[in-house]
Unconditional design. Structure first.
Length: 527
């Protein structure tokens, strides 16, 4: 009798039946051995590489904490304490100790970069505690560098606002030349048939005090385009002697549809001796205030506390601008007008302003935005303490540090009420008090003394009329607020006609620049 055993990959083998009892036992042993060995080999082939990789990771991960490979394997594989938790706890204790410890001289000698820190740790074999203290010192050193860089950035930012772009200067020169050679550029403003509107109270009178031709053109263009009845608008532009001819030439050759524009130079006013003396004294005191703060900044190497950024106002060109300070003389500039809307030259009008002339100021002199968009008595960065020096008893006894300051730049003035008040005299009295007390009652600028002189004469208007700060904190103003605002104000150093202007809001201003104008093109003024 014969039988056959067949296995995959093995040829058929014939086994004779002689000695069948012994042969059967040997075959059974071989069959058992083959069936057991193959799975074991396969299992080892799969597990051994993973085990090798795991051991390698353990060695790399815990080399500094394990006394031996057996310790690491015992801790990780056989349920010992977790090394990561131990490392975390030890590092946490070291960091807490470092945060509570004295810096000493570690900051100056700390590594300047992460690579230097790693090199120091590996070459000197420091423990975790030393690592924590060195890391703290390095971070503090970097924080100081960042703070210093930010201060320098703010200083350079303010200094850059002094510059007149070459293109804007070119525009003034081209227009002055046009005034000299073109009779149309010298034509009367307004034309004779519109002169009667200049003192007619049935029209809406807007006042600009500026020496910037391009900025004035944007203000007037935006106001006309936003007006429901532009034919009722009368613009009164007051400028200095050097800017009078280019300003006149621009508006004489670029007629404004329906509206009336008057351009007048300061040299054309016939003021009384009292007003002339008052203006000269005012400008001299403002110049002294500016010099006082500027020299202090210079002595401190332009270092300043982050909480006192208002000191940088000493670097603002508006602090010395004649046009900026003359607004306190608006009643003298326009003796025939009773109610006006004052506009700064760095604003853009987005909605109709006509209802401002119908606004009841309740006997007050000025209508202005006081509260911000965030609600009643909410005016971050615009409280009186941000402008006035409350460490002086003259200030602390007359004003409350936590009251909101009103916004200059878009205001309604009741000139009849102003003339009945003593606001201009109060303004000069505060200037003299500041001079006599060492020039430290307020930070430089036109607004601080106005806040004091107009105390009790301000009527709050809705915050949607005037959104300011686009020249210093444009990113903080939401798109919804910008769109809802009747007037957006580029207050701050980053004016939209400068390269430092914020690109995200500059388009609001550029949309009202006449880039097709031949003088704009010749001077390469671009959006």
């Amino acid at each position: 009798m014969k039988f056959y055993i067949s296995t995959a990959g093995i040829k058929k083998v014939t086994i004779p039946n002689s000695g069948s009892g012994k042969g059967s036992s040997a075959a059974a042993n071989r069959r058992f051995s083959n069936r057991t060995l193959l799975p074991v080999v396969l299992l080892l082939a799969i597990c051994l590489p993973f085990l090798f990789v795991r051991i390698a990771f353990l060695v790399l991960e815990s080399a500094t904490l394990c006394s031996s490979l057996a310790d690491c394997i015992g801790l990780r594989v056989f349920g010992g304490s977790d090394l990561s938790a131990k490392l975390r706890d030890e590092l946490t204790r070291a960091l807490v100790e470092a945060s509570q410890g004295e810096d000493g001289g570690r900051i100056e000698t700390s590594p300047a970069s992460f690579n230097q820190l790693v090199e120091d740790m590996t070459s000197n074999g420091h423990d975790i505690k030393a690592f924590a203290f060195k890391t703290k010192a390095m971070i503090l050193k970097m924080e100081r560098k960042v703070q210093s860089a930010r201060q320098r950035e703010s200083i350079y930012w303010h200094l850059a606002s002094h510059g007149v772009p070459k293109s804007v200067h070119c525009l003034c020169l081209k227009l002055a030349e046009e005034y000299a050679v073109n009779a149309m550029a010298r034509s009367r403003l307004p034309p004779p048939e519109s002169v009667s509107r200049l003192a007619d109270s049935s029209f809406h009178h807007l006042v600009l005090l500026t020496d910037n031709v391009l900025a004035a053109s944007v203000v007037i263009s935006s106001a006309v385009q936003s007006a429901a009845n532009p034919e009722k608008l009368v613009f009164h532009i007051v400028t200095d002697k050097k800017t009078y001819t280019p300003m006149h030439a621009w508006f004489a050759t670029n007629s404004i549809e329906s509206a009336v524009v008057e351009v007048k130079g300061l040299h054309q006013y016939d003021w009384s001796q009292e007003v002339n003396v008052g203006v000269k004294e005012m400008l001299e005191i403002h110049r002294l205030i500016w010099s006082h703060y500027y020299n202090n900044l210079k002595e401190d190497n332009f270092e300043f506390d982050g909480q006192h950024k208002r000191k940088l106002e000493a670097l603002s060109p508006s602090c010395l601008s004649l046009m900026n300070h003359l607004r306190i003389y608006i009643p003298e500039l326009f003796p025939d007008l009773d109610k006006i809307v004052f506009l700064d030259d760095d604003i853009v009008v987005q909605h109709d302003l006509s209802s401002l002339w119908e606004l009841d100021l309740n006997g007050k002199v000025v209508g202005a935005v006081v509260d911000s968009w965030c609600g009643s008595n909410c005016c971050p960065g615009r409280k009186l303490k941000d402008y006035l020096n409350f460490s002086n008893p003259l200030i602390s006894s007359n004003f409350h540090h936590d009251h909101c300051a009103w916004l200059y730049g878009m205001n309604v003035f009741d000139l009849k009420a102003w003339r009945r008040s003593n606001i201009t005299k109060a303004y000069h009295r505060w200037l003299e008090l500041n001079l006599n007390s060492g020039l430290g009652l307020w930070h430089p600028g036109a607004l601080p003394p106005a806040l004091m002189a107009f105390k009790g004469h301000v009527h709050p208007i809705d915050s949607s009329w005037h959104v300011a700060g686009l020249g210093c904190q444009a990113s903080e103003v939401s798109r919804e607020r910008l769109e809802a605002a009747a007037v957006v104000h580029f207050s701050g150093p980053a004016k939209p006609w400068l390269e430092i202007g914020f690109p995200e809001v500059r388009s609001l201003w550029n949309s009202h620049v006449n880039f097709s104008n031949k003088f704009i093109r010749k001077c390469s003024i671009k959006g």
